[in-house]
Design a protein around this ligand. Structure first.
Ligand code: NAP
Length: 417
């Protein structure tokens, strides 16, 4: 494949994707996008840790060969103002696995979110966000150790699909007229209008991935989170389609909550995953009061966006929360926070969100030893109270270090382990 500005490292090999099963060489080329704002700081710091962990885990037998890809402000500088070059998309598809820093999105105008575009262009239909507690991380919860939940957020539909019509435009007036005159809808004059598509196809493939994950990772429950009491034909339908997938495709693996009470006295049969559903608002409350009741959550785009940041806040905030956007063909791992422009270039922020997204990436390509090594040393560094400013301000007696200083502390632990 020839590109205008992207160059693959000579020495690496591409990962192959055989119908969803990855074939990973010992020297895979992985794509990375630095991102805007704090992106370069957290990318450099994380890369140091990933490379050190790979070196330690495999004694030099395996090595990642990084290929830089461009999106956002850096891309605009290289590609004559193009923030989202087509060849970056091609390279991500070609390489199968990539990781990215945050990208700037203007609010209320300007260009569309690059993150949303990326998810839609590559049909990365599941946003996966594991949220768990690392001992020592500052948390407002009485029992933060009860939080260990993986959220599967549908990524391509819902009010995020971009079907929106600005107040005062011809398109808006046309749609408003149709809704009022032909559908009998009533709403205020000049309302901005947005459409919320939620399909059986989109809902089912997301729930299917969440249940499969629960099976592969010995999880006890999958909760479908929705607001179906109010939005019956979108959110309510998501719930119903979710149960359809569970009962029609995973019958041997699951029991529904209804069956649990009707047939099993409320006790899950050995090895069965309980599939249940909860309304979105009560879920926010339950995730604070009784988080141990949640293992895997499958939900729609907007609920998932809010919920994943809210739960992340319980165990250290978005500075530490990892995430991935996944389809059957491609996976893009990413920091879940934004570009924090006020800290850009200061080597100050917490690199953990990107770092731990990388840990998910190594799990994804089957390099579990790397992910386990990071899992082992991360709490050790936190226990030493060697932390970036965001944690330091919540801890007594912290040893505040820079973004790169935090990475160095992790590398030292990795080398000593
Ligand atoms: P933000 O960049 O996430 O920053 C909000 C606050 O979160 C920061 O001021 C900082 O808090 C804290 N924070 C974020 N990253 C941190 C880190 N690595 N370590 C420690 N603390 C961290 O959100 P925003 O200011 O609303 O958005 C800025 C830009 O990012 C916007 O253009 C937005 O569209 C974009 N964005 C991109 C993505 C993405 O690319 N995935 C996601 C969200 C937002 P304190 O001020 O308290 O220190």
């Amino acid at each position: 494949m020839t590109f205008k500005h992207i160059t693959y490292p000579d020495s690496g090999e591409k990962i192959k994707n055989n119908n969803g099963v990855l074939e990973v060489p010992n020297n895979p080329i992985l794509g990375f996008v630095e991102g805007d704002g704090i992106g370069p700081d957290i990318t450099a710091a994380s890369m140091k840790v990933w490379d050190a962990a790979v070196e330690k885990a495999y004694g030099g037998q395996r090595k990642v060969h990084w290929a830089e890809l461009y999106m956002g402000e850096k891309a605009a500088g290289i590609y004559d103002g193009d923030y989202f070059p087509a060849e970056t998309l091609e390279a991500i598809k070609d390489l199968t696995v990539a990781i990215k820093g945050p990208l700037t999105t203007p609010i209320g105008g300007g260009f569309r979110s690059l993150n949303v575009s990326l998810r839609q262009e590559l049909d990365l239909y599941a946003c996966v966000r594991p949220v768990k507690y690392y001992p020592g991380v500052p948390s407002p919860m009485a029992k933060p150790e009860d939080i260990d939940v993986t959220i599967f957020r549908e990524n391509t539909e819902d009010v995020y699909a971009g079907i929106e019509y600005k107040s005062g435009t011809e398109e808006n007036k046309k749609l408003a007229k149709f809704l009022r005159e032909e559908m009998g809808a009533t709403f205020f004059e000049d309302a901005g209008l947005g459409i919320k598509p939620v399909s059986a196809f989109g809902s089912k493939r997301l729930v299917r991935m969440a249940i499969q994950y629960a099976i592969d990772n010995n999880q006890k429950s999958v909760t479908l989170v929705h607001k179906g009491n109010i939005m019956k034909f979108t959110e309510g339908a998501f719930r119903n389609w979710g149960y359809e997938v569970a009962t029609e495709e995973f019958r041997d693996y699951i029991v529904t909550e209804q069956e649990l009470w009707d047939e099993h006295d409320g006790v899950a049969p050995e090895g069965k995953i309980v599939v249940k559903d909860r309304i979105a608002d009560i879920t926010f409350q339950l995730l604070q009061l009784r988080p141990a009741e949640f293992d895997v959550i499958a939900t729609m785009n907007l609920n998932g966006d809010f919920l994943s940041d809210a739960v992340a806040a319980e165990v250290g905030g978005i500075g530490i929360a990892p995430g991935a956007n996944i389809s059957k063909e491609v996976a893009v791992f990413e920091a879940t926070h934004g570009t924090a422009p006020k800290y850009a270039g200061q080597d100050k922020v917490n690199p953990s969100s990107l770092l731990l997204s990388g840990q998910m990436m190594f799990d994804h390509i089957g390099w579990k030893e790397v992910s386990q090594l990071i899992d082992k040393v991360y709490p050790q560094v936190i226990a030493d109270k060697t932390v970036t400013y965001d944690f330091a301000r919540l801890m007594d007696g912290a040893n505040e270090v820079s973004c790169s200083g935090f990475a160095d502390a992790l590398v030292k632990k990795i080398q000593a382990s």
